[in-house]
Design a protein around this ligand. Structure first.
Ligand SMILES: Nc1nc2c(ncn2[C@@H]2O[C@H](COP(=O)(O)OP(=O)(O)O)[C@@H](O)[C@H]2O)c(=O)[nH]1
Ligand SMILES: [Mg+2]
Length: 336
């Protein structure tokens, strides 16, 4: 079978040089290669990532989550513009396994990031498409490395606050920001305790107009609730603040806290430890995903599975014994 090979690909060197020189068009094209599922692109992507790897990592990686409608995109527009004013280069990526390229959460939101998306110092890329969360997270992770190599020193990774993608984003960022609304109960906001526990900072958004007092009450409540959590490994106590993304208030404070955090975790060693830990975790996630894929794609496994399922149901064999047998079948399928 002759593999389809896209004609418009550059050489690996051209991608690497382009990315390292901060060329946004080449950066986009390199991300397209990394996101591609074509066999020929996989080889190219591997070479590009290998070459840019030593130039990655020089950034602060910030995860942003909250339920749809809480104002993430509007917040990113305000926050991104503020950071650019301070002289930063900001890349905005997202993880949303449910999104297809055509209706990626960020793409649909570009109207909310109208000014930011026109700025030279901002780079916005919608979520990669893909079937599994692991696949999408891989692509976003590698896109992040490319953005860093291209000179973006603040990486914002947005995720919709409704599932496992938070854990994926938390696993690839240095600082985790949770946006909340006043007056809506936690259940209503679909935020699980586990996500609250991951947060380094909670921002009560839409603290404007007649929402200001309610937001202040919510801030105090959440601050008290967070005090009950055990101290994080980072040594950082999460803070709760208010902001309005439309009135542009509270935005500076978010950055101030992130800088304080960075100072603390750089000094106490957590910043580097955590990044090292994340790299190793990324490795294991890939091994686990790939093993699973190999296992369930095996024809031998498939037939053994369907055979044994009946025996399990009729109590001829225990599920534990069946699992052993299926794994033996899998191992044998690799013997020459
Ligand atoms: N009053 C007010 N409205 C906001 C604020 N931030 C976002 N919104 C509005 O909330 C809606 C959802 O915002 P969006 O950024 O798309 O939320 P996302 O789904 O979390 O990305 C939009 O209509 C925004 O204009 C804010 O700080 N104050
Ligand atoms: Mg959005």
């Amino acid at each position: 079978m002759k593999a389809y090979k896209p004609k418009n690909r550059l050489t690996a060197k051209a991608y690497v040089d382009g990315v390292l020189s901060g060329d946004r068009v080449i950066l986009s094209r390199a991300i397209t290669v990394v996101e591609s599922n074509l066999e020929s692109d996989k080889v190219l992507a591997k070479t590009i990532i290998q070459e840019i790897l030593p130039h990655s990592g020089n950034s602060i990686r910030i995860g942003i989550t909250g339920v749809p409608g809480v104002g993430k995109s509007t917040f990113i527009e305000a926050f991104g513009k503020y950071l650019i004013k301070l002289g930063h280069k900001v890349a905005i990526l997202s993880i949303d396994p449910s999104s297809q390229r055509s209706k990626g959460s960020i793409l649909g939101d570009k109207t909310r990031m109208e000014q930011l998306s026109g700025m030279e110092e901002a780079y916005i890329r919608p979520s990669a498409s893909g079937e599994t969360l692991g696949g999408v997270a891989n692509k976003t992770g590698e896109s992040m490395l490319l953005c860093e190599a291209a000179g973006y020193d603040v990486i914002l990774i947005e995720t919709v606050g409704v599932g496992q993608s938070e854990t994926a984003v938390h696993g690839m960022t240095d600082f985790f920001l949770l946006l909340m609304l006043a007056g809506a109960g936690d259940e209503l906001q679909g935020i699980k305790k586990g996500i609250m526990e991951m947060a380094d900072m909670v921002v009560i958004n839409k603290a404007d107009a007649d929402n200001v007092q309610k937001s202040e009450r919510a801030r105090v409540q959440y601050q008290n609730a967070l005090h009950l959590f055990p101290l994080a490994e980072s040594g950082w106590s999460p803070v709760v603040t208010k902001a309005s993304s439309v009135e542009n208030t509270g935005i500076e404070r978010v950055w101030e806290e992130i800088m304080k955090y960075k100072e603390l975790v750089t000094t106490n060693g957590y910043f580097e430890n955590n990044r090292n830990h994340q790299k190793i975790k990324w490795l294991y996630n890939n091994i686990n995903d790939e093993l699973k894929r190999l296992f369930y794609n095996s024809k031998d496994v498939e037939s053994k599975l369907s055979l044994l399922k009946e025996d399990i149901i009729s109590s001829k064999v225990s599920p534990v014994e069946a699992a052993q047998q299926i794994i033996e079948t899998f191992k044998k399928s690799f013997k020459p």
